[in-house]
Unconditional design. Structure first.
Lengths: 597, 319, 145
């Protein structure tokens, strides 16, 4: 069994020119997707034997991303940019990670705590969701004394609102527990900023030198029509999705709570689908009313993930597209139905500004309305703390996440801009870097601009189709257990092997880390010999070999950021103009040949 | 000191190389005026004995064309080496073995059987074969020994410079001669021709697609080749990518693909093997059967890829 | 011929053959074994040199069809082998002397057996012809009647 050695570590620095595969670019924390895919593809096919390898891969991922196992359940953001998407289906990275996560679960408890002495300044992280936890973890890793100030009784923030059938609570709990343990992070529970005299200045007085505010979006957004709040939101039978999911997560909703009820859910995001599918599992007959169109590729397409839509559809949830809510109809103080005009456009020049055709209205009747049109931040608190600008927006530097009002304060995650879990985690990572720079007194911005370059999918003879991901049939999944059947080891290896590793070797080095090669051998072109015949270009699957004009001659060159050092251009070159520097193959061959005589 | 002495000699060759020396036209007269030609069997009457009588290294330059396949050729090659300061291997046969080198695919005995017995034009009822010596009227007559194989010149003697081609084009002959006269020759062992492959100067190079893939291999006489498009792109085997430039594209200009007479480019030993790798990379086969089908379209691969260089190939070169 | 032991050079791709094994230990077991990062890296020149150096056969073990880490290295190698085989026949080297197998064997347990099997077949063929011993066998040629 191979061992990954540190010489191959290629954690991507948040800096300068980054040439990455598109998946890694898309990932807000730039996870080393390609490298770990390659390593998965090289696991033994026996689970017992593979464990050691899985632990190595897991340790590597955990070091940067202590949430990686949760990502394996709910984050597939990288798949949206996978080059394979249009060639047979994105590489199922999320499922690969879920496979790792499940096998890594036993290891999680054994991950060693940071050895570094926490002797640096005290930092307060306000909010224990993914952004705050990520920031705390990385600051602690650098030796800061970190305290998480958490409003509730548990860490994890909005992750608790993800239904169990997508993310089991046990996974979330262990992940959070271990993160705090590994990081040696102090937590103050039941401590909401803005209450009981808990304010930023007070924290400063306590000796905290910097603070990261990641308080998320605690309040549900009310339903509006043409910028006016729709009346009737206080009727009995009207509730907010956020509240519902909160109650579900605390186990406060009994199994058949909605049996026989007709529920209308408004909203087209993933949370609306979480609500709808949870309600369905609680026995309801559910209709989703979304402003957006069915066609996801359209500018006004529905934002929920395709898998959510498919899941909801399979589970018998009716989806009404392109409809807003103009009126909530009540009777005797109880919700009775909604009046829905056609939504003709959702965005106006990128701004959310829905337009309706009120001559085309339908009425939908139901027993319960669950409004799930987003959440909002605690604006009152942010204003009181003096973090807003004149327009009432958070006054934050987008590169460093540093507050322009209070330089010792950094703000990120959903409170700044709503996004996926991993986007909040990414901001936590950025904030940790910023806080470190701030406290060390070094330049806040230098080297942090990220100039990404995308990679095309390599050329190959045959692209393979994505595997079918088995789900339990809808009739068997009307409960809160996981319905998605994860990869077996064999399937994981197969899928990891399907990854065409579009990214540059420099950002991967999987083969070097396990000793396949001593180093990546750069390909050199001897211009004096190159005739520009182009055969290197024809054989290169990575657009690395290419022809250029040099001194009036056509010659070939190698783009080292794209080159995989596979050596095929060297072989195809009829002029021996190409060679691999430091590649020992020729010597090895010569040694074997000399022993033949 | 008199004028520098120059010898021009042919070994196993067709005479085309001597012809190309004549093809430098009036320049030849100037050369003839500047040097003292001491041997040129094709053009003038000299005796080898007069060379034997010379001091070692008395000849400044010997231009030797043709390969070595018999004992006489070997003897003359060695004699010229002894008497010359510089030896220029001239033409594909001297440099690489040349087309006659393809005879190495056949054993000597088979060649004799064919040439003196089986060829349809042969009438040899007594079954006579050449002998190295025989007695006629009490006198011993000798013939040179026919060797088992063809050798390039450098397998027999040290060679200082190479000028390949079948034959070398007059302009390179002039360059070579003037470099020799003006003492501007490069390091010993050099080939007095461009270092790059023919594609470098080929006008058709621009016509290549972004990614060349061929599904059929065709022979030049089977198709009407587009005179402006790369032969390989048209599925016609052209050795240009693996062959040294310098021929002046004489084949290309009459719409014939490169056959490789200039031999491998600088630094490559076996351009036939290299061309296998090169060509394989552009074959677009769907299956194993398809691969076999396309490969089988290449008639006489060794004759095609080693037309001028078989005796210098990896598998044939001694040592 | 009973004493004749054929010499075989075995190239194998690291991404499919023996990547879970200890390479050093395995190379003590398998004579003349050259693991390479990709079979696409094996030049026709390498193969000719093997015969020149005295090999009687070459075994190339590549990734399973469609599984090359470098996309199509195994396919490239295969095309090369097909072309080279047809050339070698003219040199009097039988095409059976280059064998290629595309498959996966992470433990590399089967490599030795594949080598031994091929050696057995090579023993039946006898030693590869060297230099001038090679007979006339120009394919497609009618020049010898």
């Amino acid at each position: 069994m191979w061992k990954t050695e540190s010489m191959g570590i290629a954690h991507v620095e948040m800096s300068i020119r980054q040439c990455l595969p598109p998946c890694q670019m898309k990932c807000p924390i730039n996870e080393d997707i390609q490298r770990t895919n390659v390593l998965i593809s090289l696991l033994p096919s026996d689970l017992g034997l593979a464990r050691e390898g899985i632990f190595q891969i897991g340790d590597y991922l955990y070091d940067k991303n202590p949430f990686f196992n949760i990502c394996g359940y709910i984050c597939g953001i990288c798949e949206l940019e996978c080059n394979y998407l249009k060639k047979g289906g994105a590489i199922k990275r999320r499922l690969l990670k879920r496979f790792l996560a499940d096998a890594y679960a036993e290891r999680l408890k054994a991950v060693e705590e940071f050895k570094i002495a926490r002797s640096k300044e005290k930092v307060a992280v306000i909010g224990g969701g993914p952004g705050g936890l990520m920031c705390a973890y990385h600051l602690s890793k650098k030796g800061y004394k970190v305290t998480i100030v958490e409003a509730s009784v548990r860490l994890g923030g909005a992750l608790w609102l993800v239904p169990d059938y997508r993310l089991p609570k046990a996974v979330l709990q262990t992940t959070v527990d271990n993160l705090v343990r590994v990081g040696g992070i102090d937590v103050r529970y039941n401590s909401r900023l803005g209450t009981a005299n808990l304010a930023l200045d007070g924290l400063k007085d306590e000796g905290y030198q910097a603070a990261f505010i990641a308080t998320g979006l605690p309040y549900p957004r009310v339903l509006t029509f043409e910028r006016q709040s729709v009346e009737g939101q206080n009727l009995a039978g009207v509730m907010y999705g956020h509240t519902y999911l909160y109650e579900v997560s605390h186990g406060n909703i009994p199994a058949d709570y909605f049996k026989g009820k007709r529920i209308i859910v408004t909203g087209g995001g993933n949370v609306a689908f979480d609500v709808a599918r949870s309600a369905r599992r609680h026995g309801a007959e559910v209709t989703i009313v979304a402003l957006e169109r069915e066609d996801k590729d359209h500018r006004d397409g529905i934002p929920a993930d395709y898998e959510e839509i498919r899941g909801a559809w399979e589970e018998g949830i009716r989806i009404v597209y392109s409809r807003g809510v103009r009126r909530i109809v009540g009777q005797d103080g109880r919700f009775k139905g909604i009046n829905c005009p056609e939504c003709v456009s959702v965005f106006d020049e990128g701004r959310f500004d829905p337009k309706f055709d009120c001559s085309n209205c339908i009425d939908l009747e139901g027993d319960i309305l669950i409004i799930t049109v987003g959440q909002g931040p605690d604006i009152v608190l942010l204003r009181k703390e003096g973090l807003l600008d004149a327009q009432g927006r958070l006054d934050v530097d987008l590169l460093t996440l540093q507050s322009r009002k209070k330089p010792w304060v950094f703000i990120g995650g959903d409170v700044r801009r709503v996004g996926f879990m991993v986007e909040a985690m990414g901001e936590g990572l950025v904030a940790a870097e910023s806080i470190d720079r701030y406290l060390r007194g070094v330049d806040m911005r230098e080297g942090r601009r990220r100039d990404h370059e995308a990679y095309q999918i390599p050329i190959r003879k045959d692209y393979k189709r994505e595997p079918e991901v088995p789900w339990m049939p809808p009739e068997d999944r009307m409960h809160f257990q996981m319905f998605e059947i994860g990869f077996t080891l064999e399937e994981a290896i197969e899928e990891a092997r399907r990854c065409v590793t579009c990214g540059p070797c420099l950002s991967c080095k999987a083969c070097v880390s396990i000793g396949f090669q001593k180093s990546l051998s750069p390909v050199e072109v001897d211009i004096a010999r190159c005739s520009g015949c182009g055969h290197c270009v024809y054989v290169c699957n990575y657009y690395s070999a290419r022809l250029i004009s040099s001194g009036g001659k056509v010659v070939s060159e190698t783009d080292m950021f794209r080159c995989k050092s596979c050596g095929m251009c060297v072989v195809a070159c009829p002029s021996q103009a190409r060679s691999m520097v430091g590649d020992g193959t020729a010597e090895k061959v010569a040694a074997v040949y000399s022993s033949l005589a | 000191m008199g004028k520098p002495k120059v010898a021009i000699c042919w070994l196993g060759s067709c005479g085309g190389c001597d012809e190309t020396v004549v093809d430098i036209n009036e320049v030849l007269l100037r050369v003839a005026g500047a040097v003292d030609i001491v041997l040129w069997p094709v053009a003038m009457d000299f005796k080898y004995d007069s060379i034997k009588g010379m001091r070692n290294s008395e000849i400044a330059l010997s231009v030797v064309n043709g390969n070595v396949r018999n004992s006489e050729q070997e003897e003359i090659a060695k004699l010229l080496r002894e008497k010359s300061q510089l030896i220029l291997a001239f033409g594909a046969c001297a440099c690489l073995g040349g087309t006659p080198g393809l005879a190495n695919l056949a054993a000597k005995s088979d060649i004799f059987k064919w040439v003196y017995r089986d060829a349809p034009t042969v009438v040899n009822p007594r079954g006579n074969y050449p002998q190295t010596s025989c007695r006629v009227n009490g006198e011993e007559l000798t013939l040179p020994e026919f060797y088992g194989r063809v050798y390039p010149l450098n397998a027999i003697i040290d060679v200082d410079y190479y000028l390949p081609g079948c034959p070398p084009p007059p302009y390179l002959v002039m360059y070579a001669l003037s470099a020799a006269v003006e003492n501007k020759l490069p390091a010993k062992g050099s080939t007095l021709a461009p270092h790059r492959a023919l594609c470098d100067s080929c006008k058709r190079n621009k016509s290549k697609p972004d990614r060349m893939l061929i599904r059929e291999i065709k022979r030049i006489h089977e198709v009407e080749a587009d005179p402006d498009v790369c032969f390989l792109t048209q599925g016609i085997i052209c050795l240009g990518p693996a062959t040294r430039d310098g021929c002046g594209e004489s084949c290309m200009n009459i719409n014939i693909p490169c056959r490789g007479c200039f031999g491998p480019v600088e630094g490559v030993q076996d351009s036939g093997a290299k061309f296998v790798s090169t060509m394989a990379s552009i074959v677009d086969a769907e299956s194993d059967e398809d691969m076999a089908r396309i490969v089988n379209q290449m008639i006489d691969p060794v004759g095609y890829l080693y037309r001028f260089l078989l005796p210098s190939s990896i598998l044939q070169k001694e040592g | 011929m009973s004493k004749y032991k054929p010499k075989l050079v075995c190239f194998s791709c690291k991404f499919s053959w023996g990547y879970l094994a200890n390479e050093e230990a395995l190379s003590r077991e398998i004579e003349n074994w050259v693991p390479v990062i990709c079979t696409g890296k094996i030049d026709a020149t390498h193969m000719l040199e093997a015969f020149k150096a005295g090999a009687d056969g070459i075994l190339i073990l590549g990734c399973a069809e469609g599984s090359c880490h470098y996309q199509d290295g195994n396919y490239e190698a295969k095309k090369r082998v097909y072309l080279l085989r047809s050339l070698l026949e003219s040199f009097g080297i039988e095409k059976e002397r280059i064998r290629m197998k595309l498959s996966t064997d992470p433990e590399g347990k089967g490599i030795r057996e594949l080598v031994e099997n091929m050696k057995t077949d090579l023993a039946r063929l006898g030693p590869a012809k060297k230099g001038s011993e090679r007979p006339i066998k120009a394919r497609g040629g009618k020049q010898y009647g």
